[in-house]
Design a binder for this molecule. Structure first.
Ligand SMILES: [Zn+2]
Length: 96
């Protein structure tokens, strides 16, 4: 047992997984919009979605409004098509 692996909960499917298996989402302070935080270094509140099933989890999180709630933003600033495209790109990049 390492005890060093940070665990996070996916805002969509609510699974608890090692942080490395999730992708962080954060709010860009300047625009107030939600973006993928690939560096994991955006300040402020973050939320997590599964990398593997990110698009499905994104949809689930919108349905439950859990993403907006975790990030303390309005549901309307979550641009689902843009985030879904970014998630798809992420998965494609990793499988090549
Ligand atoms: Zn998930």
């Amino acid at each position: 047992m390492s005890g060093a692996t940070p665990l996070r909960t996916c805002a969509g499917c609510r699974l608890v997984r090692p942080k490395a298996e999730l992708v962080r989402l954060a709010v860009i302070a300047a625009s107030g919009r939600v973006t993928l935080d690939l560096s994991g270094r955006f300040p402020g509140r973050g939320a997590y979605l599964c990398r593997e099933t990110g698009i499905t989890c994104l949809r689930q999180s919108r349905r439950h409004r859990s993403l907006a709630r975790s990030l303390r933003v309005g549901d309307d600033v979550i641009d689902e098509p843009t985030l879904a495209a970014a998630l798809r790109e992420l998965v494609t990049e990793e499988s090549t």
